[in-house]
Design a binder for this molecule. Sequence first.
Ligand SMILES: Cc1cc2nc3c(=O)[nH]c(=O)nc-3n(C[C@H](O)[C@H](O)[C@H](O)COP(=O)(O)OP(=O)(O)OC[C@H]3O[C@@H](n4cnc5c(N)ncnc54)[C@H](O)[C@@H]3O)c2cc1C
Ligand SMILES: NC(=O)c1ccc[n+]([C@@H]2O[C@H](COP(=O)([O-])OP(=O)(O)OC[C@H]3O[C@@H](n4cnc5c(N)ncnc54)[C@H](O)[C@@H]3O)[C@@H](O)[C@H]2O)c1
Length: 503
Amino acid sequence: FQSAGFVRTSSRASSAMSMADGEFDFDVAIIGCGVGGHGAALHARAQDLKTAVFAGEDVGGTCVNRGCVPSKALLAASGRVREMRDTAHLESLGIEVGEVNYSREGIAAHAKNLANRVKGNLEMSLVGLGVDVVEGRGALTGKPHEVLDQKTGKVYTAKDIILAPGSIPFVPPGITVDEKTVYTSDGALELPFVPEWVAIVGSGYIGLEFSDVYTALGSEVTFIEALPLLMPTFDREIAKQAERLLIRERPIDYRTNVFASEVTPGIPGEKPVTIKMIDADTKEHVETLEVDACMVATGRVPNTANMGLEDAGIETQRGFVAVNGKMQVLTKHDGGDVLPGVWCIGDANGKMMLAHAASAQGISAVENIVGRPHEVDHAAVPAACFTHPEISMVGPTEEQAIEMAEKEGWTLGKSQGNFRANSKALAEGEGNGIAKVLFNKDTGKVVAVHIIGLHAADLIQECANAVAAGTTVQELSMMVHTHPTLSEVMDEAFKGAVGMSSH
Ligand SMILES: Cc1cc2nc3c(=O)[nH]c(=O)nc-3n(C[C@H](O)[C@H](O)[C@H](O)COP(=O)(O)OP(=O)(O)OC[C@H]3O[C@@H](n4cnc5c(N)ncnc54)[C@H](O)[C@@H]3O)c2cc1C
Ligand SMILES: NC(=O)c1ccc[n+]([C@@H]2O[C@H](COP(=O)([O-])OP(=O)(O)OC[C@H]3O[C@@H](n4cnc5c(N)ncnc54)[C@H](O)[C@@H]3O)[C@@H](O)[C@H]2O)c1
C-alpha cells in the first residue's frame, strides 16, 4: 500500500496539491488514523482540503485492529456456538443438532482476517480520495502549524492540525500483563487459548462482551469489580436484567467492591495465574484466586504521550486533552484558552470513548475548520454492548435522568416495551428483554432509551435519531412500525408513553 516515508496517492491527491496556496504543505494534518482520524480525513477531502494523515503505521487504530471489529467477529462466531449448543432452545423450534464443535484457530482467524480486510478498505479509501498518508508517528514541534514525522525527522506544515491519537488499555498498578496469561483486550482478541477458568477484572463493556465470548466457548468466568455493583455504568434496571440474562444463567460468578491488587502471570497448563484481592474500602486482603487466565478490562487511557503536547502549551489531565464543543483544543482543563488551529477528536479528548463518536467529532472538527460552526450533540449518541442478547442506550441512565429532572424542574415520564409481547421475538424464541423510554412529560421529548434484548443495538438508532431531532413521544406514537418486527417493541413503548395501546 505505501512506500517508505511519504506516500504519493491518486490523481485526486495531485489535484489537491495544486489547490494549496503555498503557505502550508497541507490545509489539514491529522495525527492518528483510527476511525476518528480516518473520518476526519475523508470529510476534509470531501471539502477539497489538502489533507495528510500521520498514521503511525496503524491505519484503522484500535477499532479496526484491536477493538470493535475483531471483538464483534469473536462475538459473532462464539454466539453461533452458544446458539447451536442450546439444545433446549433449538428443540423448541423443532430443530435437532448433533455435537457442535469449533476450532479456536478458525475463530481467531475469522477475527484477524476481518480486521485485515477492514483495514485494507480504509487504506484504499485514503488512497482513492487523495489523502496523503505519512507512515510515521506525528508530533507537534512547539511552533504553530508544524508537525514532525518522528520516523524521518521531516517537519511538515499545516493550516490546521487535528489530534486523533486514541487510547490504550489502562492497567491498574500491581497487575503484571504478559499478554499471554494476563492480558488486556489487545491480547485477548487474538484468542491465544480458551482458558477453562478466566477472571475478568472490570465489568464494563469489554469485560461483559468477553464474558459472552468465553462462556459461549466453554470457559468459566469470575468477574472482579472495584465498585459495589456489577456493570456500574449501566442503567440500574437494565443492569439487573443483564445480571439475570447474561450472568446468572451462565457459569459466571463475581466479586464486587474488591480490587485486584496483585496479579502474577502463570504458564498455560503448568502454573496458574494468581490474583490477590483487597477490599475496596478497607484495603485489606480478602482473597487469593488461582485461575488459568486473567483479562484486565479496567478502562482505557489516552494515547497522548510523546507527541509534543507540552511543547505546544497543552496541559493534559490524566492524558486527556481538553476541548470545547467545536473540538478546538484548550490549553487547560479549567479555564484554558483555545489553541488556534489545533483540534482534538476521539478517545483522546475523553468526551465519549466510542468509534462512531470519534468519527462524528472528526467530521464536526472539519466543518468548523471550513467555517461552518458545528457541535456534536453527545446526548444523542447511542452506544451498544454486543452481548447475546445485546444492550443499548442513548442518553442518561434513569438514575441520572431523575436527578436532571429535579434540578432542571421538569417531570420525567417512563414507558416500557417488552420483547415477550413481540411476535418476531417470540418467533425467534427470544422473548427476554425490555425497552425503556424516558421522556420529558412537559414537552414530550425523548430524553433517554435503554434496551436489553435481541438486536437491541439496531433498535436504538430510531431512538437516537428521535433524541437528536427532538421528536416527541406523541409524534413517535403515531409513526408506523413494520409488522412483525422487533421495532414494534419500541412502538409499544412510544404508544405506552401517551396512554395508547399497541395491541
Ligand atoms: C475491545 C474493544 C472493543 C470495542 N468495541 C467498540 C464497539 O463495538 N463500538 C464502539 O463504538 N466502540 C468500541 N470500542 C471503542 C473504539 O475502539 C474507540 O472508541 C475508537 O477506536 C476511538 O477512535 P480514535 O480514532 O479516537 O482512536 P484509535 O482507534 O485508538 O486510533 C488512534 C490511532 O492513532 C495512532 N496514534 C497514536 N499516536 C500517534 C501519533 N503520535 N502519530 C500517529 N499515529 C498515532 C494509534 O496508533 C491509533 O492507530 C472498542 C474498544 C475496544 C478496546
Ligand atoms: N460495544 C462498545 O461500544 C464497546 C466495547 C468495548 C469497549 N468500548 C469502549 O472501550 C472503553 C473501555 O472499556 P472497558 O470495559 O475497559 O472500560 P469501562 O470503563 O466500561 O469499564 C471498566 C470497569 O472496570 C472497573 N474497574 C476499574 N478499575 C478496576 C480495578 N482496579 N479492579 C476492579 N475493577 C476495576 C470499573 O469500575 C468499570 O466497571 C469504554 O470506554 C467503552 O466505551 C466500547
